[in-house]
Design a protein around this ligand. Structure first.
Ligand SMILES: [Zn+2]
Length: 337
């Protein structure tokens, strides 16, 4: 069974209230990386469980829990983009080059595929649950197909939509779901949890993730990466920055990741210049203050804009080395001008 995170105890208590009279549609919304999906799955399992405990947790032992954990519960469906279902099954390298990339969207066919399920009655005579995650990845056709089911919901069927971009959902869908906001965790319990996960720099990773602990775990892995260290060492000294050597050293690193590191760096240069504080690189106040002192605020703003554009372009550059070169040249120029 998926455990809930320590910061979700209140959320779970609020959900127990809903058990008494469950809505037809429930929208879990909140920042990315705080565990909304895991909570939705946990709640779904507990609704289907034959012997939930007093606190509302699934027992983990009944046949229903067993099916759920085997991903074969007849009264449960999970709708998510193909890319999430295939995660971990194959690495990028083992897939033949000719193979189609798994979709990042929930297709209309996936939603239509629910028709049979929606038309049936519950196998176990209890509730039925559909989790849709992330709900904003439904394209317009998929969303419209779902709308039909939300408009005429069969009894005992609950749709749980999980989204960190609810503003991208159709208003007609939003209006048919009970909104359930999940707050970001408090820093203390998130830091404690990150420590338990073996994260080396919990406070730093949490800040860098925008207080989203699940993202922080991933960030922590990237933070220790040799490429990031190399990049950050080099950008600290714009005058001595060897653009060609650095671009070459980075060319195997995912472009969007490098842009993200530079964006965090640029964010902190701006934050230091304008407000005298840092977000992503705590403990480097002195060095960064000295670095930005001679640089015009306007240039730092330009750098941020440039990186914003680069982030979009990073998805479809053909030559990473050239892409990095032009970015690093622009950086050096803006920092030295
Ligand atoms: Zn159970």
């Amino acid at each position: 069974m998926k455990d809930i995170y320590p910061w979700q105890k209140n959320d779970l208590a609020r959900l127990q209230e809903l058990r008494k009279r469950p809505p037809h549609g429930l929208l879990f919304k909140g920042t990315k990386g705080i565990g909304k999906f895991d909570l939705a799955m946990n709640f779904a399992q507990s609704l289907l469980c034959q012997h939930p405990d007093g606190a509302g947790f699934a027992c983990g032992k009944c046949p229903s829990c067993h099916w759920f954990e085997q991903e074969s519960h007849p009264d449960f469906r999970l709708l998510q983009p193909e890319v999430l279902s295939t995660e971990g099954e194959e690495t990028e390298d083992s897939r033949p080059a000719s193979a189609r990339k798994p979709s990042k969207l929930i297709s209309v066919d996936q939603v239509r595929g629910l028709a049979g399920f929606i038309g049936m009655s519950a196998h176990q005579g209890g509730m039925r649950v559909v989790v849709i995650h992330p709900a904003e990845t439904m394209n317009a056709n998929a969303a419209n197909a779902l709308l039909k089911s939300l408009e005429e919901p069969p009894p005992g069927l609950l749709f749980i939509l999980v989204s960190h971009k609810p503003q991208q959902l159709l208003p007609t869908i939003l209006s048919r779901c009970l909104s359930f906001a999940l707050p970001a965790p408090d820093a203390a319990s998130a830091t404690r949890w990150l420590k338990e996960q073996g994260v080396k720099n919990p406070a730093e990773a949490l800040a860098a993730s925008g207080f989203a602990p699940l993202q922080a775990v991933q960030l922590d892995e990237q933070m220790g990466s040799e490429e990031r260290e190399k990049l950050l060492r080099a950008v600290r000294q714009p005058a001595g920055l060897d653009v060609f050597a650095l671009a070459e050293a980075l060319q195997k690193t995912e472009q969007v990741l490098v842009v993200q590191w530079l964006q965090q760096w640029s964010y902190d240069l701006n934050a230091m210049k304008l407000a005298g504080r840092l977000r992503y690189h705590p403990g480097e106040e002195a060095a960064i203050r000295k670095l930005v002192e001679p640089v015009a605020a306007l240039n730092l703003a330009r750098l941020q804009n440039l990186l914003k554009t680069a982030k979009r372009e990073s998805q479809h550059t053909l030559n990473p080395k050239l892409f990095f070169e032009s970015l690093l040249f622009a950086y050096r120029q803006l920092m030295l001008e």
